[in-house]
Ligand binder design. Structure first.
Ligand SMILES: [Mn+2]
Length: 282
């Protein structure tokens, strides 16, 4: 499994706006529409992504390449995790110079889970992936599991799925709090035994804890994705922005959503609508 346990700390944005974008899944073109709609200023504004930049949609590598932009920040999603695991097998087996059988080597089912696009970057003549793909892999491997931004009432977090505690079924407090996160920050690592839930868990947004309050005292706003819904929704201070971008061509309720954190409003774009849609979520 992926060894990522990084946590990234950033100051508040003193000169511009902070936006969060839901699971991109290769929908680079929808992101472009949204950045235009909010008049995104790359010199002042910042964009935080909740992970799952790749797989299923049309432009996975272009979404990965966003990681190089100084205004773009993302956490690792389970899809980046699967992609890195898949290519770990490829690298270990040293297929360089011989034909690589993608399907034969897919012990984790990554290709079936949306990873088929990687085959487009394979050179069968010399048995290697393209240089730009290898670079994309390096960028994915650099992603943190958790981003912490700002202080006090300005503070927010970015994580792919959920900050649920492993003992949630018996503990009155179901989620990790700012004080826990501050301890991980001071040791610069998230404990190994609890981190998988950060990018795979679906207990909270999947409705397995309902009924729950929208706010958890002691936990700052925590933006996440991973579980598709028709709209933004909030549970225990987690605000889920995954509105199913990659399937917005055949499901009219789905879209890609960008959220302006301070203003408390969102814009969404879809493959089956020519116009973007606006709304509030405060
Ligand atoms: Mn996911």
């Amino acid at each position: 499994m992926v060894q990522c346990s990084l946590i990234q700390k950033l100051p508040s944005n003193a000169i511009g706006r902070d936006f969060v974008i839901g699971d991109l899944h290769g929908c680079f073109d929808l992101l472009e529409s949204l950045m235009k709609a909010v008049d995104f200023n790359i010199d002042q504004d910042r964009l935080f992504a909740v992970g799952d930049l790749v797989d299923r949609g049309p432009y996975s590598l272009r979404c990965l390449e966003l990681i190089e932009q100084p205004w773009f920040y993302s956490v690792m999603g389970n899809h980046e995790g699967m992609m890195l695991d898949y290519f770990e097998v490829y690298q270990q087996k040293s297929y360089i110079g011989s034909n690589f059988d993608f399907d034969e080597s897919d012990e984790i089912g990554y290709l079936l889970y949306g990873g088929e696009w990687v085959k487009d970057y394979y050179h069968s003549d010399n048995g290697t992936m393209s240089k730009e793909f290898d670079h994309g892999l390096e960028l994915a491997a650099s992603l943190p599991l958790l981003i912490v931004v700002g202080e006090n009432d300005q503070r927010f977090h970015i994580v792919h799925s959920e900050l649920l505690r492993p003992d949630y079924s018996t503990n009155d407090i179901k989620v990790w709090l700012d004080s826990d996160i501050d301890q991980w920050l001071s040791s610069n690592a998230i404990p190994e035994r609890i981190k998988e839930r950060f990018y795979w868990g679906r207990t909270l947004m999947g409705g397995h804890l309902d009924p729950v309050t929208s706010i958890q005292n002691g936990l700052s706003k925590t933006f996440c994705g991973h579980t598709i819904g028709n709209n933004i929704r909030q549970k225990l201070s987690h605000i889920c922005l995954d509105t199913g971008a990659y399937s917005s061509d055949d499901t009219t309720a789905y879209s890609l959503t960008i959220y302006d954190i301070k203003a408390g409003n969102w814009v969404s774009a879809s493959y089956c609508r020519s116009e973007v849609t606006y709304g509030d979520f405060v």
